[in-house]
Design a protein around this ligand. Structure first.
Ligand code: OGA
Ligand code: MN
Length: 287
């Protein structure tokens, strides 16, 4: 893989369509304006940014979040704290399977998750998510990212023409399988958004439906809509559009939630996994 050097940091591509590692930055130190601007642009260009080997306080995690926009709100503060924590800043939530008194201390505790856009069942989903790994299992629990731009640009042009301008319906799913996001905050919310969404910061279009939460297309019978959606899910999740992240402790990973989906592979329920999560607030969904 070629390395594009800037005078600020290195950008190391991880796959053809999505994901780069940013090398040469210590996010516990203040960043100058030029570096922040270049990082923001790298995020728009590459969708997923990975910073390895970080050692961040919660304040520094929030500072990193602000490079990309306004931090989003999160739900209730956790009831229980894992070892090493006695508080959590507003704007930070735990993603964890660690249990205290039988209850998970964080959201999205266990196992595999299907491809999804965070909070697409809401009117205005956040535009970015940052995950910082504190404890990871010995294997599994990879996070997979799929480029919605690549899916849009390479899909069957006839199907694309049929779906252009259409509106998809989304729902928060939950039940026997773990399907859904931010479980427990507003579990029954539902929304409608364009099937193909323009990222307002890049002007590029991306597939904006996902297997976990999309339930139909407005003004179309399910007999017609579901096969089209299945095609889109299968196409979007093709391995050539996906980067699979194998976590190490101290990774900070950021994704653009407007033009990508993500999923998680299974991991042993007997091993602890703890991530700190922040979001970048959404501003608009262009129609
Ligand atoms: C999330 C999410 C995946 C993971 O935080 O929105 O989907 O690997 N996390 O925990
Ligand atoms: Mn998610």
């Amino acid at each position: 893989m070629n390395v594009a050097a800037t005078n600020l940091f290195e950008i190391v591509p991880l796959t053809e369509h999505i994901g780069v590692e940013i090398r040469g930055l210590d996010l516990s130190k203040p960043l100058d304006e030029a570096t922040k601007k270049a990082l923001h642009q790298a995020w728009l260009d590459h969708i997923v940014l990975i910073f390895r080997g970080q050692n961040l306080t919660q304040e520094q995690h929030m500072d990193a979040t602000r490079v990309f926009g306004e931090p989003g709100h999160v739900g209730r503060p956790p009831k229980y704290f894992p070892e090493g924590f006695n508080r959590v800043l507003p704007g930070i939530m735990f993603i964890s399977n660690i249990r205290e008194n039988g209850e998970p201390i964080g959201a999205l505790p266990d196992g595999e998750m299907m491809f999804h856009h965070d909070m697409i069942h809401h009117e205005l989903p956040h535009k970015g998510t940052l995950l910082y790994s504190v404890e990871i299992p010995s294997h599994g629990g990879n996070t997979l990212f799929a480029s919605g731009y690549a899916a849009y640009e390479t899909m069957d042009p006839e199907i694309r023409a049929r779906l252009e301008g259409k509106i998809a319906k989304h729902h928060y799913h939950y039940g026997s399988v773990q399907r859904g996001d931010d479980k427990g905050t507003e579990a029954s919310a539902a929304s409608k958004h364009p099937v193909f969404r323009t990222n307002e910061e890049t002007g590029r279009k991306a597939v904006y439906v996902n297997r976990l939460m999309t339930i139909g297309i407005e003004g179309m019978d399910d007999d017609e809509a579901m096969p089209l959606l299945e095609y889109l899910f299968d196409h979007s999740e093709k391995p050539e559009f996906v980067y699979s992240h194998e976590w190490k402790v101290g990774d900070l990973l950021l994704w653009d939630n407007r033009c990508s989906t993500h999923a998680r592979t299974d991991f042993p329920s007997t091993e602890r996994r703890l991530m700190l999560r922040t979001t970048v607030r959404g501003e608009v969904i262009p129609y």
